[in-house]
Design a protein around this ligand. Structure first.
Ligand code: PMP
Length: 308
């Protein structure tokens, strides 16, 4: 593999206490992992990324994440200078050199360094970096008791503009929604699409349960095809929980028996209130609990294995 990462670019002392970042072909200590201020990822959000988890030396759904990364890049006509096999090796090696069994992995590919204009043709080489670290999105208490969320005015990106299927570095739309939720004292926001249908949250997909039927909006309303979302759909089917992908309104959600969010970082988190309306009996529901535990089991056996 010609483009495999170089390993020994750091001194042993640095190896012991500093996170090693994969950056453009080599591993560098976090404090030295720098990209140019002319990088179009920074200047314009011109790039794509993935957030991936490893659980006890198993990288969950790595193939699916890489497929989505390459599809996002293809749509924005960004050439990733590695194939999927090489990217797999880079990610596994990043985990190995950092001796991480459980990690949150961020894979970023930007258009690279250009000039101050927009023209991507000026960017001769994509920037690629991989960070493996930890992430805690929500406090443990919220997983036990459920969280409250709020609908915000900022709507999800139009599929005719930057399609929400593209996991691009341009997350301002979602960040604005997050700010609006935070300003109202909530940690997460429900985003509608421009027609007023439920799309998703700022970094998570949304599910509801009504009369034991699980429903989630179809991706075409403006939701990302979440890898966790798909895992939950598959697990529900295997556990005899009927699943529907259908258009949902806030009214549908208000009157649901249960609600939860899914995402790589958040995993499966129960929601017990929306816009001040109590959902079900305001406690995490039984279907949610069943799927949460099935998901936890899945992360123990499904994934790309590595050893440290
Ligand atoms: N929607 C958005 C907007 C996201 O950024 C993410 C990922 N954080 C998700 C949904 C969940 O997707 P996944 O399960 O693949 O992490």
């Amino acid at each position: 593999m010609s483009k495999a990462p170089k390993k020994k670019t750091v001194k042993p002392t640095e190896l012991q206490n500093e996170l090693l970042i994969y950056l453009n072909g080599e591993f560098v200590p976090k404090s030295e992992a720098k990209v140019s201020v002319f990088d179009h990822g920074l200047l314009y959000g011109d790039g794509v990324f993935e957030g991936i988890r490893s659980y006890n030396c198993l990288v969950f759904k790595l193939k699916e994440h890489l497929e989505r990364l390459f599809e996002s890049a293809h749509t924005i006509m960004l050439t990733i200078p590695y194939n999927q096999e090489e990217m797999t090796e880079i990610i596994l090696e990043t985990l190995r050199v950092n001796k991480l069994r459980d990690a949150y992995i961020r894979v970023v590919v930007t258009r690279g360094e250009g000039d101050l204009g927009l023209d991507p043709r000026k960017c001769k080489k994509a920037t690629v970096f991989v960070i493996a670290d930890s992430i805690v999105l929500y406090p443990e208490k919220l997983y036990r008791n459920g969280m409250g969320i709020i609908t915000v005015p900022t709507v999800r990106n139009l599929p005719e503009a930057v399609n929400p299927q593209v996991k691009s570095l341009n997350y301002l739309n979602n960040i604005m929604a997050k700010i609006e939720a935070n300003n109202s004292g909530y940690m997460e926001a429900l985003m509608l699409n421009p027609q007023g249908y439920v799309a998703e949250c700022t970094g998570d997909n949304i599910f509801m349960v009504k009369e034991r039927i699980l429903s989630t909006p179809p991706a075409h309303v403006g939701a990302l095809k979440g890898i966790t979302r798909q895992a939950i759909i598959d697990l529900a089917r295997r556990n005899d929980v009927p699943v529907q992908e259908r258009m949902l309104t806030r009214h549908d959600l208000f009157n649901a028996d249960e609600m939860f969010l899914t995402g790589t970082a958040a995993e499966v988190i129960p929601v017990v209130s929306l816009d001040g309306r109590q959902i079900g009996n305001a406690k995490p529901g039984r279907v949610t609990a069943k799927l949460r535990s099935a998901f936890a089991d899945l992360t123990k056996r499904d994934g790309a294995r590595y050893s440290i």
